[in-house]
Design a protein. Structure first.
Length: 256
């Protein structure tokens, strides 16, 4: 999927608390070499730079890298940005002290390849911190709606890798000598109403923007909209406006 589509900046702003939680757990040290994988608009990259890390934000979406560069320049922060993805990082072997990924690596098409690539660039004694949604949350449910409608006539896709599960991560990264610790956090999403929130998501989020043409061709756009709105309405915690809470994990991976 092309994350340059739509206006991911809106989603990124809502995810800033998760980036702050991840960086807090990762505890970057001054002069540490860090890579932010799937950096998007640079939320975690900028926080790492503020803490004195020598950080490179990596993302396949060129437009988002330009947004991140502008944010770093506006904040007077020193950070590098480069094209790349979880399975192909622009870093030398054993050259990185800290790898972070805020809801980035969870979209890697080949989790085993991503784990191997993270291990390749990680220096001895280095560590990894990543965030992953717990799928029962309302935001994850709504994100799946568009995909479910576009895949309705196709063979069922393979189940996504459970990046939020301790045992799954232990198996994936244990082969590279890393152990896993999980920390669970909530993240709230708010708006004036469920309808207003969904309208914003469907017009700006890259996932919705990418599937909308097929939904329109198939004549299922309104069905998908109605299903998403039903989820948000049922999960709404604020009868006077709109608020839903999804939970996610911060996974910390380190060597012996």
């Amino acid at each position: 999927m092309d994350w340059s589509l739509g206006h991911y900046e809106d989603t990124a702003a809502a995810l800033e608390p998760a980036a702050a939680a991840l960086v807090g757990h990762a505890d970057p040290q001054p002069r540490e070499r860090a890579v932010d994988v799937g950096c998007g608009t640079g939320n975690a990259t900028l926080l790492l730079a503020e803490r004195g890390a020598r950080v490179t934000g990596v993302d396949p979406a060129a437009r988002l890298l330009e947004v991140a560069r502008a944010r770093a320049a506006d904040a007077g922060l020193s950070a590098e940005f480069a094209g790349g993805e979880a399975g192909n990082l622009p870093a030398a072997d054993a050259s990185v002290d800290l790898i972070v990924s805020v809801f980035g690596v969870i979209f890697a098409p080949d989790p085993a390849a991503a784990a191997a690539e993270f291990s390749r660039v990680l220096a001895p004694g280095g560590r990894i911190a990543l965030t992953a949604w717990i799928p029962e949350g309302p935001i994850s449910k709504v994100a799946r709606v568009g995909r479910e409608f576009t895949q309705a006539s196709a063979a069922p896709p393979a189940p996504p890798f459970p990046w939020y599960e301790h045992d799954a991560l232990s198996t994936l990264f244990g082969a590279h000598g890393l152990t896993v610790t999980l920390h669970e956090h909530p993240l709230a999403f708010t708006s004036s109403s469920a309808q207003a929130y969904l309208a914003g998501e469907m017009s700006t989020h890259p996932m919705w923007v990418s599937v909308r043409p097929q939904l329109e061709r198939d004549g299922t756009l309104e069905q998908a909209r109605a299903r998403a709105l039903q989820i948000l309405t049922e999960e709404n915690e604020d009868p006077a406006a709109f608020r839903v809470t999804s939970r996610y994990v911060v996974a910390l991976l380190s060597g012996p």
